[in-house]
Structures are given as structure tokens and as C-alpha cells.
Design a protein around this ligand. Structure first.
Ligand SMILES: [Fe+2]
Length: 234
């Protein structure tokens, strides 16, 4: 069983909760699909990923942090210059070595892991209502595609491919109170989105970092109409 999580954005407590939930549900291998940093000025998630030896992908926030290529007015929300200054050289080098995609062997074929989409693995956004036909990979062996970046989880089939956006463990945007991770069984190509409470972690981050950008506070405060997507794990 594989466990996948993404978009922690410095929320270490939520990240740890997501990893613990995946392991409790039987995940033997864990993958992180990018955006360990951004919005919350800490490198704690990167340190934990390295300590746990978790294979990672570069998200758009890592890519922007490394290249410094983003509109300067975004820094107030992203805080990537601040975060880069906190990173020791060895960790910065480690992050720069993260690939932008991975292919893992699964029963009957392959699974593709990206942050964005199969077309643009780092910067694309694939939403619950996106047209998926444009994202069907050219390689017919790919049975499943796992993505992050939108912070909005879904599982949908298109062609012969299962598309899964695994959502965000640390800064979910469909419902700021419920982190999202994915459990994937490569033997039968089945995926589950698991949700777990993170409202208390947001409260703690607001206390520790009183100057978080309004966009972050808005995401924390957002609540979905009805039940959040996926299986609620209390
Ligand atoms: Fe993100």
C-alpha cells in the first residue's frame, strides 16, 4: 500500500498527522508530492521529510524558492525569500535535487506522480471539474496519475487512467478544517482520500505566526458546504 501526501506548506503538525494516519491505515511506502514550504515561514517540514527519508517531488513553491522567479509582490504571501534564508546549504541542495515527477511500478503498469499535471508537472492546476481528456498521458502503461497543487482533492477516471488529486495535508482549500491524504492500493488500482482534523493546527500556527497573510487565514477559516470530500477519519 502506498501513502501519498502533498502541500504541507510548513504545517508540520498536520503533516505528521497525515503521515501517522497513512501508516495506521497500512501504507508501507510514503511519497510527498511537493510544496513543503510557502505561506508559513518555517523549514520544519523539509527537515522532517529528510529525517524520515521520504521521497519528494518539487512543487511550484520549491521551484519558485530555488529560482527566485515570481512576482515580488507575492512575497508577502509566499514568504519564500524568508524561508530560503532559513535553509542550511545541505538542505537547500537536497531540495534542489528533488525531481519534478516520478513513475512507480504498480500491478499491470505504472503510476505517475506529479505536483501539477502530466502536461506541466510543477505549475499546472487540475481541479475537481477540470477536463481530464487533455491530461491523459501518452504512455499507455500509466494506470494512475497522482497530483497536488490545487489543495482540492478528487478521484476521477478518464480513459483508462485513474486521476487522483490528493489535496493538501497542511493547507486544504476546500475545507480548512480537514487535511487530506491518499491511500493507494497498487494491486487493484484503488485510491482513497482520507481526511483528518487540522483546525487546531491552524489555530496554533496563527498564534505562533501572528503576521500570516490574509489569504492563508482565509484558507484556514474556509468550511465546505456539507461534508468534505473523502473519508473523514477522526
Ligand atoms: Fe501548494
Amino acid at each position: 500500500m502506498l501513502g501519498l501526501l502533498s502541500d504541507a506548506h510548513g504545517n508540520l503538525a498536520a503533516f505528521e498527522r497525515g503521515v501517522a494516519l497513512l501508516r495506521a491505515k497500512g501504507a508501507e511506502r510514503i511519497y510527498f508530492l511537493g510544496d513543503a514550504v510557502g505561506y508559513i515561514p518555517t523549514i520544519a517540514v523539509i527537515e522532517r521529510l529528510q529525517a524520515e527519508d521520504i521521497p519528494c517531488l518539487q512543487g511550484n513553491h520549491e521551484a519558485m524558492m530555488l529560482s527566485r522567479r515570481y512576482a515580488p509582490e507575492r512575497e508577502a504571501a509566499y514568504r519564500l525569500g524568508e524561508i530560503a534564508a532559513l535553509l542550511p546549504r545541505d538542505l537547500l541542495r537536497w531540495v534542489s535535487e528533488w525531481p519534478t515527477s516520478r513513475v512507480v511500478p504498480v500491478a499491470g503498469g505504472l503510476a505517475l506522480l506529479v505536483h501539477g499535471s502530466p502536461k506541466d508537472p510543477t505549475f499546472d492546476y487540475v481541479y475537481p471539474d477540470s477536463d481530464l481528456t487533455q491530461f491523459i498521458p501518452g504512455d499507455a502503461r500509466i494506470r494512475a496519475v497522482f497530483m497536488g497543487n490545487t489543495h482540492r482533492p478528487f478521484i476521477r477516471d478518464c480513459g483508462n487512467v485513474r486521476f487522483v488529486n490528493i489535496g493538501s495535508c497542511g493547507l486544504p482549500r476546500d475545507d480548512g478544517g480537514w487535511g487530506s491524504v491518499c491511500l493507494y492500493d497498487p494491486d487493484d488500482n484503488s485510491a482513497r482520500i482520507l481526511r483528518f482534523p487540522v483546525a487546531d493546527t491552524a489555530q496554533e500556527l496563527r498564534r505562533r505566526y501572528p503576521d500570516l497573510h490574509p489569504a492563508v487565514l482565509d484558507a484556514f477559516a474556509r468550511r465546505s458546504e456539507g461534508t468534505p470530500y473523502g473519508e473523514l477519519c477522526h
